[in-house]
Ligand binder design. Structure first.
Ligand code: B12
Ligand code: SF4
Ligand code: SF4
Length: 403
């Protein structure tokens, strides 16, 4: 007969299983009762965030149940049966890149000097799987991680009597908050989960379970190590981070100003007042992570709390695709629909699509100071795609002003 609660033994088993599945970090946390002060505080914080308009046009974050409660304001809103979560974390292809890009002593960063006329693609989207011919085909962490979570889930169901669900990104929950409760890391002023050893170049996956914690099995919450630092807040080009010098400053962002939102999520035209600040980012943004001292210090050793050193399993499908580091803007611009599909099918860029990527490339060209991009922009100004044509016209005007 299987266990019907999280004993220390079962937790030890799940930690081993997660490492065997290729995760770098794992933690277990009890789901808070909705009436608990910390749960009420979190629900109120999330509601206030939505009410302030910080979610921009991300309508899925604003969904409510029939009683009017925000679906993401607490795990038990959408899934009343939940009692605990297993939170797993895997380093991004970018965080792993220093180990495979032979010329780099450290992972390449968006804030390092780069060849003129190049853009930046967020390093979580660099991942790929090596093919027999030596090339690397794009992969997406959602699919890679969900398969690994399901392998752990299958094992868990043989060890314990419970109901489970696996989620990567898309579940009705605040994954970062659950990760903090499970001891994966603390929530930094850049709003990312930061692990003391591995930094914040982490992707999260969650197994929700109906298993309660056994009495005396404590959670291992990680200490907050931001202190009076404000590097991320100071470096954010659009002023999206709303924290302060104070160690207990809120860890909040106005996502409607965040370049990751503008480049990946925002459909249509991007607010003209934010375009110049977008710099060369064409997909996502990592500036507030790249300036964080904890990412400089990140090593490949897993937090002592979590046990053995990081496994290399899972590497096969999370290899960095070196051609996506500092991609030339004219290389991206020249990709027709077929070439875009060939390069990005199966990658996180596929969902954002070529149309939005070209809009972002046009803006980055405008910010580049490189007059050689004027003919491409002239061509786009005549495009049938009104959003691209308008972004190109803006970029053209900006480039001409550099002269
Ligand atoms: C919407 C979303 C975005 C939005 C908004 C981001 C944001 N900061 O809110 C945009 C598009 C901007 C975005 C960007 C990115 N994202 Co995103 N995103 C999400 C998503 C789908 C929902 C997050 C959400 O609900 N945000 C709303 C705010 C209010 O929630 P929150 O930040 O979780 O904040 C809560 C906690 O911080 C908590 N809180 C605040 N203070 C404290 C203090 C304590 C002690 C505790 C316990 C809690 C707590 O209260 C808040 C709730 O009100 C999650 C997946 C998920 N389901 O959770 C991924 C997720 C957060 N994103 C992720 C990633 C990787 C990114 C990018 C790095 C991608 C990129 N390179 O461009 C950037 C990072 C930008 C940044 N600095 O945050 C990872 C985070 C990994 C990590 N190490 O933290 C996640 C978990 C996806 C995943 N499965 O791995 N993202
Ligand atoms: S991801 Fe970029 S735009 Fe968003 S908060 Fe961080 S630095 Fe600012
Ligand atoms: S840059 Fe400083 S304040 Fe920002 S997340 Fe890192 S340690 Fe915290």
């Amino acid at each position: 007969m299987g266990s019907n609660e999280w004993s220390a033994k079962l937790r030890g088993w799940v930690e081993q299983a997660a490492r065997a599945a290729g995760f770098d970090l794992v933690g277990v946390a009890a789901v808070r009762d909705p009436g608990e002060p910390a749960a009420v505080e979190e629900a109120e914080r999330f509601e206030a965030w939505i009410d302030a308009g910080y979610a921009g046009e991300m309508e899925y974050l604003k969904r409510r149940d029939e009683a009017g409660r925000l679906l993401r304001s607490g795990l038990q809103v959408a899934m009343p049966w939940t009692r605990s979560v297993v939170v797993c974390a895997m380093r991004t292809a970018g965080a792993r890149s220093s180990e495979t890009v032979a010329t780099q002593a450290a992972a390449p960063r968006s804030v390092d000097p780069a060849p003129p006329g190049t853009g930046w693609i967020a390093s979580y989207a660099w991942s790929g799987r090596r093919q027999d011919d030596g090339s690397i085909a794009a992969t997406d962490y959602h699919e890679e991680m969900i398969a690994r979570l399901r392998a752990i889930e299958a094992g868990l169901l043989t060890q314990a009597q419970c109901t489970t669900r696996c989620y990567v990104d898309t579940g009705p929950m605040l994954e970062r908050s659950l990760a903090a409760q499970a001891g994966v890391g603390w929530i930094g002023k850049n709003t990312c989960v930061i692990n003391q050893q591995l930094g914040s170049g982490l992707l999260l996956g969650v197994i929700v379970t109906s298993l309660p914690m056994a009495e005396g099995v404590a959670e291992l919450a990680a200490a907050d190590r931001c202190g009076s630092c404000t590097r991320c807040i100071d470096a954010c080009p659009t002023g999206a981070l709303l924290g302060s010098k104070s160690a207990d400053a809120p860890r909040t962002m106005d996502a409607s100003r965040c370049i990751a939102y503008l480049t990946i999520e925002k459909k249509g035209a991007i607010d003209e007042n934010l375009r110049a600040q977008m710099g060369r980012q064409v997909f996502g943004c990592e500036i507030c992570q790249d300036v964080c001292p904890w990412n400089r210090r990140a090593s490949i050793d897993v937090n002592q709390n979590m046990g053995a050193p990081s496994t290399r399993k899972g590497w096969d499908s999370m290899q960095p695709r070196v051609e996506l580091v500092n991609p030339a803007l004219d290389w991206l611009a020249a990709m027709d629909a077929r070439e875009f599909k060939r390069r990005f099918k199966g990658s996180p860029l596929e969902r954002t699509g070529r149309k939005r990527l070209l809009r972002n490339v046009a803006i980055a060209m405008g910010n580049s100071g490189e007059a050689r991009f004027l003919p491409q922009l002239d061509e786009w100004v005549r495009s049938d795609d009104a959003v691209l044509a308008e972004a190109a016209a803006w970029a053209r005007t900006r480039l001409l002003a550099y002269k």
